[in-house]
Write a protein that binds this ligand. Structure first.
Ligand SMILES: [Zn+2]
Length: 671
């Protein structure tokens, strides 16, 4: 056993390195080491902390993810209220605000700071002694919710600050989801048959307010900080200097902030971003204009719940009105029939819109959208435009209510609508539209990731009769690929290589790729971790599935139903014969025992061997049947066998049952 102070030094060194690389990656977007090297540092730290739990601190990088779900959020009283901003919608209104403020300041000169207004969720981060202690939502401005565990999962929020700081202070910022992250999240939700988020802001708010931080951790949340709430001790004299100071502390501050002298310059800044905001990776809904000198901010004070010293200059809305010409139906991967709007082309925020999503039958009925209606359409970033609702006063009486087709538009099978669901389905698993969607889903990046096998090739392979289900992909020959029009030798080889490489994907990817209804990426990971192999998952009883806390009855039934179908079992066998690997626990660097292999010998008191192994797997660790050099620990029970000798020869650390229990307990406490 190493000397304790050596261990502690190493742990501190690792944390400092990880924090530094985290900052390079998430805040500066300029990493210095590879992901694998980063993972290696994290693994070593996780291993040391599991071995020496007395050194675990709440601000350790291992503590970002993995906290236990909570029943409800605690309440945080904001020492200084989080105010909301007054809005202005035109240059005239902005000038009026500026004039009013100048009048109140009686000729004292001031400059202005302009910031893009992020469309996300305002949060307050309290640091004590350089460590993040509390993270809270804005709430009603006076009291917010304690979402510390969730905010810790946002990698661009520093858990510790390396520079000297005031003893206690509060940083404010906006947590947001990028447009890409939002689209990906909604796509997963659509695939899993879950309701979609209306926009990135809702998605960010929903993610931050998850009771289970492990779900938050999987959402690609980010933050821009925009100021101080309060601080003990001496602080910069201007807002601009404050932003600079926050940047040096390691916070993510928007590079687009500007220090301007005159209100006309603010208008130019605003015009600049009206034209360019579509190109940003995130949604913005305006420009925040703030008086720069902090002393003058204080003199101006607040009126009601709005500060006088700042104002939000809102961007014009990206909505338009047009006529709904017809409602079309798309057949999804799981057979869901998805209605979409066919519109008279309309220009919204510089982009012509012809199609928009209508979500589902219920949504159309609830909003009373009829074919022929004049409708309001909204576009938000690169997201599929959506129909907000009809303008009822423009009706002529010729509009037709929507009736869901009784037959699948792709194969003509009678559609079914399961009780309690908002979607109608085509029940024919051989439906060409479904097969096509399953296939494109199966090969997609977040599933088996078969690069090069795009939609056109999938379609061509289906048309030629070469692929009737996703498993057929693994039986394709080069000759068959070359028989497709416009397929060249090099491309065919690349596709074959990609197919071969995809046989080694982690179990969670394979489960996700199968396209089980309601099983998105998150759920697939949970199932992979829980069951460890596809075989075990396929054999799981309904009650076993229901017993998993994060799985609701709908998902459990869907998984169970999937593996009860002969055709699906045949598909799996076919994949297996082709050499697709199903075993291999997914590893997540988040879990406390990740990367550690436990081997057991002898009889344990408190657990059966199966229970003990299941515990280790649940916490992200692995179990082995024999002691090898990669074994992290041999757990020694009563009457140990030859594994004990082998472990001694290889110098593998031994654990008594009590020590094993302690590690499990500590690891569980962490998540
Ligand atoms: Zn069909």
């Amino acid at each position: 056993m190493e000397e304790l102070y050596v261990v502690r030094d190493r742990i501190e060194q690792l944390r400092a390195q990880i924090n530094y690389h985290n900052y390079r990656y998430y805040v500066l977007d300029s990493p210095e080491i590879s992901d694998a090297e980063y993972d290696e540092l994290m693994r070593e730290l996780a291993r040391l902390e599991a071995q020496y739990p007395q050194f675990i601190t709440p601000d350790s990088p291992t503590q970002r993810v993995g906290a236990q779900p909570v029943e409800a959020f605690g309440v945080v009283q904001h020492p200084v209220p989080m105010l909301s901003l007054a809005n202005v919608f035109s240059y005239e209104e902005l000038q009026a605000w500026h004039k009013r403020v100048s009048g109140l300041l009686r000729g004292q000169s001031f400059d202005l700071v302009c910031e893009l207004k992020m469309d996300g969720l305002a949060v307050a981060l309290t640091y004590e002694g350089g460590r993040l202690t509390t993270g809270a939502t804005r709430g009603d401005g006076m009291r917010g919710e304690d979402i510390t565990q969730n905010l810790k999962t946002v990698r661009s929020i520093p858990l510790t600050l390396s520079q000297p700081t005031p003893p206690r202070f509060e940083v404010r910022g906006e947590v947001y989801l990028s447009k890409k992250g939002f689209e990906k999240l909604n796509k997963e939700r659509a695939d899993a048959g879950l309701p979609l988020f209306a926009n990135p802001r809702n998605a960010a708010a929903g993610s931050v307010r998850q009771l289970d931080p492990r779900i938050t951790a999987r959402r690609p949340l980010d933050i821009y900080v925009y100021g101080l709430g309060w601080a003990e001790g001496e602080m910069p004299l201007t807002h601009w200097e404050t932003l600079d100071w926050l940047k040096t502390l390691g916070f993510k501050v928007s590079p687009h902030n500007a220090l301007l002298g005159h209100v006309k310059e603010v208008e130019d800044y605003y015009r600049h971003w009206v034209e360019r905001r579509e190109g940003l990776e995130y949604e913005t809904d305006g420009v925040v204009v703030k008086i720069n000198p902090i002393a003058l901010q204080g003199q101006l004070g607040n009126v009601g719940r709005e500060p006088r010293w700042a104002v939000a200059y809102k961007f014009p809305a990206t909505q338009g009105t047009t006529r709904l010409l017809d409602i079309g139906i798309n057949v999804g991967r799981t057979g869901s029939l998805n209605p979409y709007a066919i519109l008279e082309p309309v220009l919204v925020g510089g982009v012509t819109i012809k199609l928009a999503t209508l979500h589902n039958e219920d949504d159309i009925r609830r909003k009373d959208i009829r074919v022929g209606d004049t409708v309001i359409v909204q576009r938000a970033g690169e997201v599929i435009p959506q129909v907000i609702g009809p303008i009822v006063t423009k009706r002529t009486g010729a509009e037709r209510p929507f009736v869901m087709s009784e037959r699948c538009p792709a194969c003509g099978t009678s559609v079914v609508r399961p009780e309690g669901e908002v979607m109608s389905y085509c029940p024919n698993s051989a439906c060409p539209a479904q097969v096509f969607r399953s296939l494109t889903h199966f090969v997609s990046r977040s599933a088996m990731d078969i690069e090069g096998l795009g939609e056109q090739w999938c379609l061509a392979l289906m048309e030629k009769g070469l692929v009737k289900d996703p498993a057929d992909v693994y039986y394709l020959t080069k000759e068959q690929l070359l028989s497709l029009e416009r397929m060249g030798d090099k491309l065919a080889q690349n596709i074959l290589d990609a197919i071969a490489a995809s046989k080694e994907r982690p179990l969670s990817r394979v489960i996700f790729a199968l396209g089980i209804r309601h099983v998105g990426e998150e759920m697939a990971e949970i199932l992979a971790k829980k069951f460890g192999s596809l075989e075990r998952l396929a054999q799981a009883s309904l009650s076993e599935l229901m017993a998993i806390p994060t799985i609701g009855p709908k998902i459990a039934e869907s998984v169970h139903a999937y593996f009860s179908q002969e055709a699906n079992l045949r598909l799996i066998q076919k994949l297996e014969r082709a050499g697709v690997k199903f075993k291999g626990q997914v590893t997540s660097k988040a879990l406390p025992l990740t990367g550690m292999e436990f081997v057991f010998t002898g009889k344990l008191d408190a657990y059966s061997r199966n229970q003990a192994e299941a515990l280790v797997k649940e916490l992200g660790g692995e179990t082995g049947s024999s002691v090898t050099r990669k074994t992290a620990y041999l757990v020694v029970g009563a009457d140990p066998g030859s594994k004990l000798d082998r472990a001694r020869t290889l110098n593998i650390p031994l654990l008594a049952e009590a020590e094993f229990q302690r590690i499990v307990k500590e690891a569980k406490a962490k998540g």
